[in-house]
Ligand binder design. Structure first.
Ligand SMILES: [Zn+2]
Length: 374
C-alpha cells in the first residue's frame, strides 16, 4: 500500500503572511494529486494524520522545550520568537500534527511493508531543544526513532537545498542510521554546516554523509554527484527502510536559495531514490516534504514526486484551474509555467563541475579510509 498523509488542518502550521513558508502549498499539492487521479488506484489511500503524542515527541525533544512551545511565549534560548520561527497561536498542536504525519506512517511501517508520503513533514532543522529554520519538531528524526523498533539499518536521504543538520545531529553517533544530505554548501547558505569532513562520531563515525554543492549547481552535475556516491552507500549499508526528505528548494526559481535544478532534474533524483529503495530496501520508503518556497512550483514538484512513488502516469497538460490560479493569485503568465533550464555561462558550468568533482573525490577518500568503500 501507498499512503498519502494530508489534512486541511496542516494549514494551521502558519508563521504568518510575510513568512516564506506558506502552508497553502500543501493544500495545492493535495489538490493537484487528487486532480491527477493519483489517489484513484486501489493500492493508494489518503490518511488524515493524528497529533503526535507527547510520548512520541519526547523520543527526540526535551520536556523543557515541549513546555516552551506549549506556552506560546517567545524564548530566544529555544529558538522561538525570532524571524525564522515566530510564535503563533496554536503552534504546539499545529507542530505535533505535522510530526504525526510522519510518526503515524513510521508506526505503520513497523507492522506493515508499505510506502508513505507526508508532504507536511521533512522539518529537518529542529534540534532536541531548539526551533530552527521554520522547523519546530523534527519529524524525520521522530519517525526514525519509531522505525528503529523494527529495523536495524535505516537510511535517511535529504535532498533539500539546506543541510539536514537536525537529523544528522540527533543520530551523529548512531551506526544504525546512515544520514546522507545533498545540499547547497554551508559556505553560502543556512545553516552553515554539512561539510565532507562531518562524518559522525564514536560508533557513528562514517554514518553521516554530506555532499555540499556549489551555488548554481545544475541537473547534470547534481546527478553525477548523486550517482558517484549514493548507490554505493546503499549497496554497502543495505538499508531495510529509507526515509527521504524531498525538499524542492533546489529549483532555480526558488526565492531563498541559489541552486539551479529544473523540475525534470528534480523528478530524476526522486526516481533514483525510489529505484534504490526498491532494489535495496524492498520498497519501504517514507517520503517527506521539506523546503520549497515558490508556490507555483512546489505543488507540481510534489505531485510529480508522488507520481514517481506510485508509478502512475500523469498528463503533461496542467489543469486549467491551476494555470488560472497561478495567473490570478500569483501573477504568473502561462509561459512562466514552462520549465526551461536557467541560463548560466559555460565557464561557470565548468567551475561548478570541477568544484563538485573535488568534493566527490574528497568524500570518497574519507569514506575509503573509514569503511574501505570506494
Ligand atoms: Zn530547505
Amino acid at each position: 500500500m501507498i499512503y498519502l498523509y494530508y489534512t486541511d488542518q496542516f494549514m494551521g502550521y502558519d508563521f504568518g503572511p510575510d513568512h516564506p513558508l506558506q502552508p497553502v502549498r500543501l493544500r495545492l499539492t493535495y489538490k493537484l494529486i487528487e486532480e491527477y487521479g493519483l489517489l484513484d488506484s486501489y493500492d493508494t489511500e489518503l490518511v488524515e494524520p493524528y497529533f503526535a503524542s507527547e510520548e512520541d515527541l519526547l523520543l527526540v525533544h526535551t520536556p523543557e522545550y515541549l513546555e516552551v512551545v506549549r506556552s506560546e511565549k517567545p524564548d530566544l534560548a529555544f529558538g522561538l520568537g525570532i524571524d525564522d520561527n515566530p510564535v503563533f497561536s496554536g503552534i504546539y498542536d499545529a507542530s505535533r500534527l505535522m510530526a504525526g504525519g510522519s510518526t503515524e506512517p513510521a508506526m505503520r511501517m513497523t507492522k506493515e511493508d508499505c510506502c508513505a508520503f507526508n508532504m507536511g513533514g521533512g522539518l529537518h532543522h529542529a534540534m532536541p531543544s531548539q526551533a530552527s529554520g521554520f522547523c519546530i519538531f523534527n519529524d524525520p528524526a521522530l519517525a526514525i526513532c519509531i522505525l528503529k523498533r523494527r529495523f536495524k539499518r535505516i537510511l535517511y536521504i535529504d535532498i533539500d537545498c539546506h543541510h539536514g543538520d537536525g537529523v544528522q545531529h540527533i543520530f551523529y553517533d548512531d551506526p544504525h542510521v546512515l544520514t546522507i544530505s545533498l545540499h547547497e554548501s554551508g559556505k553560502y547558505i543556512f545553516p552553515g554546516t554539512g561539510f565532507i569532513g562531518d562524518v559522525g562520531t564514536g560508533d557513528g563515525k562514517g554514518y553521516s554523509i554530506n555532499i555540499p554543492m556549489p551555488m548554481y549547481t545544475y541537473d547534470s552535475v547534481y546527478h553525477h554527484a548523486f550517482d558517484e556516491i549514493v548507490p554505493t552507500l546503499f549497496e554497502w549499508f543495505r538499508p531495510e527502510v529509507v526515509v527521504a526528505q524531498l525538499g524542492v528548494d533546489t529549483h532555480y526559481s526558488d526565492p531563498i536559495t541559489s541552486m539551479n535544478l529544473t523540475l525534470p532534474g528534480y523528478r530524476d533524483i526522486v526516481s533514483r531514490i525510489k529505484t534504490l529503495t526498491d532494489e535495496h530496501a524492498e520498497g519501504r520508503l517514507l517520503a517527506l516534504g521539506g523546503g520549497g518556497y515558490n508556490l507555483e512550483l512546489v505543488p507540481l514538484a510534489w505531485a510529480i514526486a508522488f507520481q514517481v512513488i506510485t508509478g502512475e502516469t500523469i498528463p503533461d497538460a496542467l489543469p486549467t484551474w491551476w494555470v488560472e490560479f497561478c495567473r490570478t493569485m500569483l501573477g504568473r503568465s502561462r509561459e512562466s509555467l514552462v520549465d526551461i533550464s536557467p541560463k548560466i555561462r559555460s565557464e561557470e558550468k565548468e567551475q561548478i563541475s570541477s568544484e563538485l568533482e573535488d568534493t566527490i573525490n574528497g568524500l570518497k577518500g574519507i569514506l575509503s579510509d573509514i569503511h574501505g568503500v570506494f
